[in-house]
Ligand binder design. Structure first.
Ligand code: ADE
Length: 247
């Protein structure tokens, strides 16, 4: 899988893409990343990439010409490509979108800066606008790093255990169950007894219940009942009943 990053801050990516699991995947060539400096496509003497917004208002807007030239230098109809702009005005990223994007051969990611990107680019030259959350970053670069990290997990060979990726709880609208490691007692706080019992059936049931419980408590809006097992649905029903009794 290949990612092209269109940015006016190429140095930003020195760190996040070169360390950890992603860094290793890049080293092996499982994930390819090409950083493209939009400024290289500016044709005037000063390599201008931004200009004042029409209609006034503060800040600067990224100009269309250098961005289009950069995009057109990459576009190849023979490859399955997707052009995405990172913007807080995009659709909110989630695991379903991440998985969909992992089906592409190449993803071209445009990072915004300043007050925004000329709307003609977003409307006519990008196929998707993506936000990583309802908050404003100083630019699209951190958002691009997040997107690349999440999508790369689906590239074969990147995460050792494929089952972890395919069956991660988030894909089914659930938070993961909590984890503990040694020591069994830390500063007087014990690991839940059931996890020390060695009873795998009980442990599996307990984890399932914890998954439902914490999702219901912290992120009820992500639960997708149609994807839950009968056992999970029953647990959900019980927990909902209990909480309404308590209220
Ligand atoms: N650029 C600035 N804020 C952003 C966000 N929340 N998501 C994606 N791109 C952004």
């Amino acid at each position: 899988m290949k990612f092209y990053i269109l940015t006016i801050l190429p140095k930003y990516f020195d760190g996040p893409l070169s360390v950890g699991i992603l860094g290793k995947a890049v080293e092996r060539g499982d994930v390819k990343i090409e950083i493209i400096n939009i400024r290289d496509f500016a044709e005037d003497l000063h390599k201008t990439v931004d200009d004042l917004p029409y209609g006034g208002g503060g800040g600067m807007v990224l100009k269309p010409e250098p961005i289009v030239k950069a995009i057109e230098s990459i576009i190849n109809p023979e490859r399955k490509q997707r052009v995405i702009a990172m913007t807080p005005a995009g659709r909110l990223l989630n695991q379903k979108i991440v998985k969909e994007l992992s089906e592409y051969e190449e993803i071209i990611i445009l990072c915004g800066r300043y007050e925004g990107i000329d709307e003609r680019i977003l409307e006519h030259f990008c196929e998707d606008l993506i936000s990583i959350g309802d908050y404003i970053l100083t630019g699209g670069e951190p958002a691009a790093a997040v997107l690349i990290d999440a999508v790369s997990r689906y590239v074969p060979g990147v995460v050792g255990n494929r089952k972890c990726v395919e069956e991660d709880s988030f894909s089914r609208g659930l938070l993961d169950y909590p984890q503990w490691t040694r020591p069994a007692v830390f500063r007087g706080i014990s690991v839940p007894e059931v996890l020390l019992s060695g009873n795998h059936k009980e442990i599996r049931k307990w984890r399932m219940m914890k998954t439902i419980e914490r999702t219901l408590k912290r992120r009820p809006e992500i639960i997708r009942e149609e994807l839950l097992t009968q056992e999970e649905l029953e647990s959900l029903k019980k927990l909902k009943e209990n909480s309404s009794v308590k209220k």
